[in-house]
Each structure stands twice: as structure tokens, then as C-alpha cells.
Design a protein around this ligand. Structure first.
Ligand code: ADP
Length: 339
């Protein structure tokens, strides 16, 4: 197993710069998620790590060895793609065996590794099937199995669950977390889905326009985002970010504050006139255990509050909104958080 050090990575595609001075430390055994909107450079960073793309400057170390210029096969890592990339004419067993055969592993060792991967992934009874005879989740497991049998130092996952339906995604998420615990391997996982990032990561790397925007544990990013970008990206529904001129009163604000933020679950509903703002409920979405209240503030600002499913507040009602001081986020005019 191995830690990874990325130092000052820059990557261009022609005139387009995809990565700007990316530096990261990933500890041995860590589960790290690269997250960000489409086009932010997540896949590029992963592909540079894998050696599928060259870099223009900077360095990459895996397990203390400089691999910046090494071929993909010499980096001791295995990548699992969104598309599974299974050989359709080969059985599950042959799909897993292929890479090991190419690498000249003896038959006995190949068999042992396939048996172990099949055990971990519960694929034992499917070893003789073709990929077309498997469900999406099972195919994804075969793709992971093919990575496991390589016994790599590092696993790289590129949006591996995005082709699966919502229920299966949740199940595979739990399986991947279990796999990480069992293998104790360094895992790097790319997704645009902040829920996957929050639920699986030891450490999240938020990318924005080819730059590292923030690195932290899921709860650090949730509680102390460094920027408006991270604040609005992590958490669902997103943090409400709005101008303090939207009828806010009695809130102690930093003189540099251009925007305030409060997560939907952190507003307190009080009587009109008793909070930091008055609001009218325009829409109520009942989700069962909780409800979302869409609220209009003075000056046309709209915010969302998340309340208990039993909360009786209804459409058309006027309420007061209180922002508990420790739940208040403040940002300057360029979107930097003021802590
Ligand atoms: P993400 O994975 O976050 O969606 P990518 O890493 O795929 O983002 O892309 C980052 C940026 O690099 C985007 O602007 C994208 O258009 C550009 N890009 C990615 N791959 C190529 C390529 N092969 N040729 C040219 N530009 C590319």
C-alpha cells in the first residue's frame, strides 16, 4: 500500500489549461474523493495519476517513488472506469484473469487471486457467465474484481456508479466502503455527486476550474467551507447564500460581509418579528420525515428551510426566521469565507 504526493501539477490540452498548480498529500490507506462540477478537472487529475495523461509540470510520487514519467503499468495502481470496460466475449473469470495472464502470473496464483476477489465481491456463482448475463451492479463488481486481482497499491475509480440506478448506487456505495475497510488500500474516487463524496470519503478534494478549492473531511467542508463555492456545493439542498440586505436585522456581521449563508436545516422558525428576518411560506414540499419550506424574504430573496415532517407551518403563513450565530456563514464580495 502507498501514500501519494502530488506537487505543483499543471496540465494543458492545447491552449486549454485543465489543471492549475495542483498539490495534494494522500495518506496510505486513505479513501479520497475528488469532487466538483463537470469540467473542473477531476478526470484529468485522475488520468494524470494513472499515467494515462502526461503532465506539463509538477511531480507525482506513489509510495515514495517518483512516477511522474512512469508508464501506467509501472505505477502499481488499478483503475475502475464508469463504462466497466469488460470484454464482452469473455467470462467473468477470463475478464479477471486477462491482465494477470498478460503480466505472466502463474496459473495457480491467478486462480487464488480470482477466488479471493470472487469471495470479497460475492461473484463466486457468476464466474462462468458472460458480462451480458449480469446485472449492472454485478458488472461493476467484475470491473472492481479485475482491479483487486492486480493487488495494486492504489485503486482509482472514475465515476464508477453513475450508470447504476439510484437504489443500486446506494448499495454499491456501502459495498465500496466495506471493500475499503477490508483491503485497507489507498483509494481515489472521482464523482460529481456530493452525496457520494460526503458518505464515502475520509478526505474530500473539491476542484473548481482546474484548481483545488478546498481539502478536508466531509464534516469540515460542511461546517467550515472556505468559500461560497464549497458552501453551495456540499450539502443538499444547498446552503442558502444571500445578501444581508434581504431584510436581515440584529445580526452581528463582519464589515466585509457581502453575502450571508445558512443551511436549510439550520434556520429556526419563530414568530414574525422575533427572528432575524420575516418570511412568507410560498411552497411546502412534504418528504415524509422532513419537509422543505420555500420562503420569500423582503426584497424578493428566496430561501429554503428544512423542518421536521410533522411541522405544521403551511403555505401562505408568515413566520420569523432565526439564524443561530454559530450556524451563520459570511462571505466577502469575492466569495471567500470570513471565519
Ligand atoms: P471533469 O472530469 O471534472 O468533468 P475533465 O478533467 O474531463 O473534467 O476536463 C477538464 C477540462 O479539460 C475541461 O475544460 C475539458 O473540456 C478539458 N479536456 C478534458 N479532456 C480533454 C481533451 N482530451 N482534449 C481537450 N480538452 C480536454
Amino acid at each position: 500500500m502507498a501514500g501519494i504526493k502530488i506537487n505543483g501539477l499543471n496540465k494543458f490540452y492545447g491552449d486549454t489549461q485543465a489543471l492549475f498548480d495542483v498539490s495534494l498529500d494522500i495518506a496510505d490507506g486513505e479513501f479520497v474523493v475528488f469532487v466538483g462540477p463537470s469540467g473542473c478537472g477531476k478526470s484529468t487529475l485522475l488520468r494524470c495519476l494513472a499515467g494515462l495523461e502526461g503532465v506539463d509540470s509538477g511531480s507525482i510520487e506513489i509510495g515514495g517513488r517518483d512516477v511522474t514519467k512512469a508508464e501506467p503499468v509501472d505505477r502499481d495502481l488499478a483503475m475502475v472506469f464508469q463504462s466497466y470496460a469488460l470484454y464482452p466475449h469473455m467470462s467473468v473469470r477470463a475478464n479477471m484473469e486477462f491482465g494477470m495472464k498478460v503480466n505472466g502470473l502463474p496459473a495457480k496464483e491467478r486462480e487464488t487471486r480470482i477466488a479471493e476477489a470472487a469471495r470479497i465481491l460475492q461473484l463466486g456463482e457468476y464466474l462462468d457467465r458472460k458480462p451480458s448475463q449480469l446485472s449492472g451492479g454485478q458488472r461493476q463488481r467484475v470491473a472492481i474484481g479485475r482491479a483487486i486481482v492486480k493487488d495494486p497499491k492504489v485503486f482509482l475509480f472514475d465515476e464508477p456508479l453513475s450508470n447504476l440506478d439510484a437504489k443500486l448506487r446506494v448499495q454499491m456505495r456501502v459495498e465500496l466502503e466495506g471493500l475499503h475497510k477490508q483491503l485497507a488500500a489507498t483509494m481515489i474516487y472521482v464523482t460529481h455527486d456530493q452525496v457520494e463524496a460526503m458518505t464515502m470519503a475520509d478526505k474530500i478534494v473539491v476542484l473548481n476550474g482546474g484548481r483545488v478549492e478546498q481539502v478536508g473531511t466531509p464534516m469540515e467542508l460542511y461546517h467550515t467551507p472556505n468559500s461560497r463555492f464549497v458552501a453551495e456545493f456540499i450539502g443538499s439542498p444547498a446552503m442558502n447564500v444571500f445578501s444581508p440586505k434581504a431584510g436581515l436585522t440584529d445580526l452581528a456581521l463582519n464589515p466585509a460581509t457581502a453575502f450571508v449563508g445558512c443551511r436549510p436545516e439550520h434556520f429556526e422558525l419563530v414568530a414574525p418579528g422575533q427572528g432575524h428576518a420575516d418570511a412568507t411560506v410560498t411552497v411546502k414540499e412534504q418528504l415524509g420525515g422532513e419537509s422543505l419550506l420555500y420562503l420569500g424574504l423582503a426584497g424578493g430573496t428566496n430561501v429554503v428551510a428544512r423542518v421536521d415532517g410533522d411541522d405544521a407551518t403551511d403555505v401562505g403563513q408568515s413566520i420569523g426566521l432565526r439564524i443561530p450565530p454559530k450556524r451563520l456563514h459570511q462571505f466577502d464580495s469575492s466569495g471567500h469565507a470570513l471565519h
